[in-house]
Design a binder for this molecule. Sequence first.
Ligand code: GLU
Length: 424
Amino acid sequence: MSEQLSFVSPTANSPWGTYLSQVDRVVPYLGPLARWVETLKRPKRALIVDVPIEMDDGTIAHFEGYRVQHNMSRGPGKGGVRFHPDVTLEEVMALSAWMTIKTAAVNLPYGGAKGGIRVDPKKLSLQELEKVTRRYTSEIGIIIGPHTDIPAPDVNTNAQIMAWMMDTYSMNVGGTATGVVTGKPLHLGGSLGRVKATGRGVFVTGREAARRLGMDLRGARIAVQGFGNVGSVAAELFAEAGAKIVAVQDHTGTIVNSNGLDLAKLVPISRTDGVIGFKAGGDIVPNEDFWNTPCDILIPAALEGQLTAERAQKTTARLVLEGANGPTVPQADDILAERGVLVVPDVICNAGGVTVSYFEWVQDFSSFFWDEDEINVRLDRIMMNALNHIWDTADKHKIPLRTATYAVACERILMARQERGLYP
Ligand code: GLU
């Protein structure tokens, strides 16, 4: 019998399966609200769209696009759009659900959504990339909007792509709707601090977790998987605080240096040649060796499902900071807990990006823009308050931070669900 995608039966080892088991773990802490928990186990709405474009050589190519609105109990849908050749509907379902948990965990007035196009943007010319973006935006235009669902950047998407999305939506509705997407360029209603916000949030939550563990950041050894907007910014902030970045992995390979990699040189080279372009500054090792490089802090900041049970067994880290969404599979979570490794989960650790997206959206509506200090002070405060509240919940129930984050977030979501009631 062929496998059929259903909301409630995930395919093997899928991010959606990981998410569902994370929800199962929180049920004992939900009290009477557990009655509503099924609402979290299926998306509210999922749209699949065909994205046809004329390529530079005159042929017509078709790509598959998705926008999933997982939950809108607490506010409009919110979440990024990723361009990746392996994107699937089921993956986007998981990513949208993690946005629901994330926005509730940091108490932003949003639900959760996510989008994606199954395309390798590295194989497109700039013109083809623009066409794919605009056609996709037009197709999902029937469900997005400044008050209904607000996309943002994610893997392989950036401010230019957000500008095209904003323009396409605006032209279709006949106005200029800056609030329809966040992560826009600065002169198009973007916000200062947005580009670095996710990496900054990883740093702020990581610094606080290290403090509570009694770990000195000066001299701490850090391994970073994924060296894009999240991993590289977090690495720079930790290095500024005195830590040594001893291993970095990206799609080109893995580079290690036990004395610490020179980020001032590595970061610009990685933008064009990938991290292995910096051969002069470290040793290139097989990718699997990344996971047993001696380190104190591990930052998975790439894609889902990277921290497997086997890798969780190998790592020497005492602290894991989830810069990526869904990097740790449930069995690895159990192994890390048994081994006394603290995990700051994605839904709080990488929430800095959507937090500054929220600031951007608020600034767009008020047409009044804040300076960068104000953004960063507010971001740090929101991240710290959320983390402290989650930490207290974890201590109270003697549960891992992930389950505590889900307990805090799911209570907020399901309370809103209950108060709104079922209609029609
Ligand atoms: N893509 C980012 C995330 O996974 C940001 C989403 C947003 O700003 O809406 O959290």
